[in-house]
Design a protein around this ligand. Structure first.
Ligand code: SF4
Length: 123
């Protein structure tokens, strides 16, 4: 693959980036279509080490709702996300839970925690 088009998701403008392999460039890729340096950095990261914040839910007992929204407190390598989701889907917690509480520490030894995205009192 010598070139790839992706949408930059760093800000709402959503620039369309064209990424071309180019050994003459310091990072090994030429990037065009970005309106700012953050788009360049995003394009390089997407080609070399793509990562994402995980957002999902876990089962919760005794709460107002049957599931609690959760997210990762940092970005997880994209290749590890399916395994992270398997772990997240096995978890059941109990109320009370408060926003920012750690639900799964250091998931898959990434140094990233899965945390609660909202409070949930016992119902
Ligand atoms: S390149 Fe810059 S301006 Fe364009 S979407 Fe990415 S962050 Fe926003």
């Amino acid at each position: 693959m010598d070139s790839k088009e992706i949408i930059c998701i760093v800000c709402p403008i959503g620039c369309r980036l064209l990424i071309e392999k180019d050994e003459s460039e310091q990072m090994g890729y030429k990037i065009s279509g970005n309106k700012c340096k953050r788009g360049f950095n995003y394009g390089i990261k997407e080609m070399t080490n793509p990562t994402r914040v995980i957002t999902s839910t876990v089962k919760i007992k005794y709460g107002l709702l049957p599931r609690l929204p959760i997210k990762s407190d940092g970005e997880v390598p994209k290749g590890k996300i399916p395994r992270c989701m398997e772990i997240i889907n096995q978890v059941t917690i109990q109320t009370p839970i408060y926003i920012g509480d750690i639900i799964i520490p250091n998931i898959l030894d990434t140094g990233i925690n899965i945390i609660a995205s909202r409070d949930m009192e016992t119902f």
